[in-house]
Design a protein around this ligand. Structure first.
Ligand SMILES: Nc1nc2c(c(=O)[nH]1)N[C@H]1C(S)=C(S)[C@@H](COP(=O)(O)O)O[C@H]1N2
Ligand SMILES: [Mo]
Length: 313
């Protein structure tokens, strides 16, 4: 008798979707094949009447890729993206986040959705992903420190969470808060900043097609250094807006503060859109691509003007 778990993904060596030749058809065959295999296996397990606690739910990964979002550059190597992270609650050393994060337990993980909504919701992060559905998207990511990467995120379109929460008509903003736990996040006292980390978007930004809540990366669940089990991804804004390890979503009528805008209003606006011609603490016209070291010109809205420019007209 075997039960399926995420480890099986590793053992059966499913070809990684981004490593496959660029073919829609082969991607679908792999994903559909994998899904139906899981479904069949789950049914076989169910038939022998194991107690529910011993039955693993089918894996969320790898998820179907949404081919709409195309890159203008190669994907960053997974080992590079996973070893240069910013998660200041853990440590201020970007190249050590992955090591410090190893002990960070992110399941189970309770999320609260509240504020100006029809109905308050308390839900586990994985349950939320199963309920709302996940897909894979290839996005660029641009940090205000002038480096960039391109990664395959798996996640929930954020608009689906807004729809689930049914905000009241007077709700104008969505505020998000990271985990508050000095015990689990050892870097807490290493900086003079006041954690938890918090962020916010307007409802128009939160329901923009690009905004997503990532639960996975490179075809598997997020490792802790990337903000497991659920983090924001808003690729037209500087990376600091993409808040990690979220525990709370609150709909508000007043404009909420944001972590970096409160710390340093002269350097960081509420929006923090990628605007190469507006110098932030550093010049922003160019970026260094992580992994290759290549220098590229930074694009307005990180190249996503088509999807978001109307929000700021
Ligand atoms: N809670 C929290 N979220 C955070 C940060 C942080 O320090 N704490 N850093 C931000 C910054 S500046 C960037 S560039 C991205 C980095 O994400 P990555 O490590 O997955 O590449 O996370 C953002 N989200
Ligand atoms: Mo960043």
């Amino acid at each position: 008798m075997t039960t399926l778990s995420q480890e099986d993904d590793v053992l059966v060596k499913i070809p990684k979707p981004w490593a496959l030749p660029d073919s829609h058809a082969s991607d679908e065959a792999v994903f559909l094949g994998r899904r139906s295999f899981l479904r069949t296996a789950a049914l076989a397990t169910a038939a022998t009447a194991l107690p529910p606690s011993l039955m693993a739910a089918p894996s969320l990964y790898p998820a179907r890729r949404n081919e709409k979002y195309e890159l203008d550059r190669p994907l960053t190597e997974e080992s590079v993206a996973a070893r240069m992270n910013i998660f200041d609650e853990l440590t201020l050393k970007h190249d050590e986040v992955w090591k410090v994060a190893k002990g960070f337990a992110t399941t189970p993980w309770t999320i609260h959705i509240g504020g100006a909504v029809q109905k308050h919701i308390t839900i586990d992060a994985e349950e939320l992903a199963r309920k709302l559905g996940v897909e894979e998207r290839l996005y660029r990511h641009r940090c205000v420190e002038a480096w960039s990467m391109a990664v395959p995120w798996t996640g929930i379109p954020l608009a689906r969470l807004v729809e689930l929460a049914q905000p009241l008509a007077k709700a104008k903003y969505l505020r998000m808060v990271s985990l508050a736990s000095p015990e689990k996040l050892p870097g807490w006292y290493a900086s003079k900043r006041v954690f938890p980390y918090y962020e916010a978007l307007t409802i128009a930004e939160a329901t923009n097609e690009l905004a997503m809540l990532a639960t996975g990366i490179y075809g598997h669940a997020l490792p802790p250094q990337h903000g497991a089990p659920i983090r924001l991804v808003v690729p037209w804004k500087y990376g600091l807006k993409s808040i990690k390890s979220i525990v709370s979503f609150q709909f508000t009528t007043e404009k909420p503060g944001t972590f970096w805008n409160d710390l340093s209003p002269a350097n960081y606006t509420f929006e923090c859109n990628v605007e190469p011609n507006v110098p932030r603490p550093w010049p922003q016209t160019e970026e260094t691509v992580l992994g290759t070291g290549e220098t590229r010109k930074t694009l307005l809205y990180n190249g996503y003007a088509e999807q978001v420019a109307h929000l700021y007209a």
